[in-house]
Design a protein around this ligand. Sequence first.
Ligand code: DX5
Ligand code: ZN
Length: 221
Amino acid sequence: MANRSGKVIVSPSALAADFLHLDKEIEMINASDADWLHIDVMDGVFVPNISMGSPVIKSISQALRKPMDVHLMIVDPGRYVNMFRDLGATLLNVHYEACTHLHRVVQQIRDAGMRPAVTLNPATPVSVLEDIISDIDMVLLMSVNPGFGGQKFIVNTLRRIERLRKLIDSRGANALIEIDGGINGETGAQCVSAGADVLVAGSYVFASADPMAAIRTLKSL
Ligand code: DX5
Ligand code: ZN
């Protein structure tokens, strides 16, 4: 089953960038075929790691000429919706597992002028989205356990993509399917043939000798 958007959307993950030379990394993204930049925010509570906060994201946002796809790995993300709007997020991903009132948080994101997306951990069934799928712009399926870059792709994700694609189509919904974790040319191709629309890639892009070519490879899948 091919993805519906026709062309793969590529969202390199800044978590794997060289933070000492972020200006060069953002220039590379601006000049590349990347569609978005993926920003991972970790609080050390929802996931066992801490990543970047508002000062760094603000600097990125000032230099970036592409939409920011922000992935919040934090508890109770509804508290920070307006902060991420002010930081320039276009898409705001919140974890299903981190929201007691998911519908309210999705509404808050929409009302703040951003595109709401819901993220699922690898063990959370895609069926939990049945009653919210028509209200969101994207589902982010984690293909690794969140918290760290450079992990191995979980192959069961492919079956999850197929099930999610069926759910979206059966409801006539428009949500994009984004995959995050362990994406390279090979796993990316498998995700796209299973029905993914958006690929996040951290180490595959930023640890590559030629990041722009790695982005082109993903874009051509
Ligand atoms: C993991 C993050 C990912 C990470 C992906 O918790 O959500 O976005 O940066 O890194 P790679 O592509 O190296 O698996
Ligand atoms: Zn992410």
